[in-house]
Ligand binder design. Structure first.
Ligand SMILES: Nc1nc2c(ncn2[C@@H]2O[C@H](COP(=O)(O)OP(=O)(O)OP(=O)(O)O)[C@@H](O)[C@H]2O)c(=O)[nH]1
Length: 113
């Protein structure tokens, strides 16, 4: 059986609740958009495999809940990822300002572990 991928990369999406993290991921993996907002509970993931310079790269992208009450769960995934995508809503300045907080949380968690 042909190998399904050559490289596996784990990415994590972070940002305030409602900024569009799940929608962004659904568009990227399934080319779909759903206008209803159902908050992610804890974490969820989707995959997409791309060809990059002849190499099959499988992206395993973890979508996290933006709500504060899930942060104990979502922080467990910081260390397991090889890349982090920080998302904000272009119509919400507070969600943009909070990007600094998300980034410093990641730094803090990674340094402490
Ligand atoms: N107009 C517009 N609305 C969007 C866009 N992306 C997402 N939305 C809407 O924003 C709302 C929230 O989107 P989600 O993707 O569920 O947000 P989220 O960041 O995953 O939220 P949590 O799971 O609570 O952290 C939904 O009602 C979407 O329809 C966009 O590009 N344009």
């Amino acid at each position: 059986m042909a190998k399904q991928y050559d490289v596996l990369l784990r990415l994590l999406i972070l940002g305030d609740s409602g900024v569009g993290k799940t929608c962004l991921l659904c568009r990227f993996t399934d080319n779909e958009f759903n206008s209803s907002h159902i908050s992610t509970i804890g974490v969820d993931f989707k995959m997409r495999t791309l060809q990059v310079d002849g190499i099959k790269v499988r992206l395993q992208i973890w979508d996290t809940a933006g709500q504060e009450r899930y942060q104990t769960i979502t922080k467990q995934y910081y260390r397991r990822s090889q890349g982090i995508i920080l998302v904000y809503d272009i119509t919400s300045s507070s969600s943009f300002q909070h990007i600094l907080k998300w980034a410093s949380d990641v730094d803090e968690f990674i340094e402490g572990n």
